[in-house]
Write a protein of this length. Structure first.
Length: 251
């Protein structure tokens, strides 16, 4: 299984800025990208085409949309349909990110509906889970992760091609804080996630990639990516500069 080195650019970068960063990333990393790695960027909607153009000739580099709505088209002001993401050159969609859960108020049921809808619409989906600090302090990590996984993946077909769905474990307290989860915390959460994926999908659960996200940097990526059940990373802040993200991609 290829490791998925993913960047979440959140609400940063105009068209020109995105195009320049994507091109620099190709120049820095494309010729050195190991066979067993894939690179993925989630730019803002307005820059998806800029990044997909920059990646046109770069093998193993793809683009995704940070969100989408659960309809094909219609009177849904401000929303974007999966087929519009595909049309702009995106192959992936992102669901369940903690900022959509906790800032924009999306609940587990809606995230589950969105995850299944994206897959049936032809997107590959990166589905995020993760506990808040108070949930960790209360000893509820496994309870929270299991609930998010079971509800979020409820309508995903059991015969899914495991390459089309990935889970990103992103402890909320480690996102954008500079506080990376410890090795033991990552190992435990990823092993538990693997166990639940197997209980949902059977043997296929072994082939679903589990990414870690939360303050991944060039300095810690090498150690994290080598851990058991870590099949990639999802990077926010440190993905915005081509220099640091290329070091992460090649770590
Ligand atoms: P961070 O963000 O790398 O800035 O912590 C990760 C994310 O939000 O996916």
């Amino acid at each position: 299984m290829k490791k998925l080195m993913a960047a979440n650019w959140k609400m940063y970068k105009t068209w020109d800025e995105a195009r320049a960063t994507a091109q620099e990333l190709v120049d820095l990393a494309a010729s050195k990208l190991p066979e067993d790695r894939e690179v993925l960027i989630f730019p803002p909607f307005t820059a998806i085409r800029a990044v997909s153009d920059a990646f046109a000739d770069a093998d193993g580099f793809s683009v995704g949309g940070q969100d989408y709505y659960i309809k094909e088209e219609g009177a849904f002001t401000g929303e974007i349909a999966p087929r519009m993401l595909l049309d702009a050159g995106a192959e992936f969609g992102l669901t369940g990110h903690s900022e959509r859960r906790h800032v924009l108020g999306e609940n587990d049921e809606y995230i589950g509906e969105k995850t299944a809808y994206g897959l049936t619409s032809g997107l590959k989906v990166v589905f995020c889970i993760g506990e808040k600090i108070e949930e960790r302090k209360a000893g509820k990590v496994e309870e929270v992760l299991e609930h998010q996984l079971r509800v979020g993946l409820k309508d995903v077909p059991r015969d899914i091609n495991p390459e089309n769905i990935s889970v990103a474990y992103e402890p909320v307290w480690a996102i954008g804080t500079g506080e990376v989860a410890g090795v033991d915390e990552i190992l435990e959460a990823h092993a538990f996630t693997r166990k639940i994926l197997i209980s949902i999908f059977g043997e296929k659960g072994n082939d679903i990639r589990i990414l870690y996200g939360g303050s991944v940097k060039p300095a810690n990526c090498g150690e994290i990516i080598a851990l058991d059940n870590v099949d990639g990373v999802l990077v926010g802040g440190a993905s915005l500069q081509s220099e640091s993200f290329s070091q992460i991609v090649l770590a």
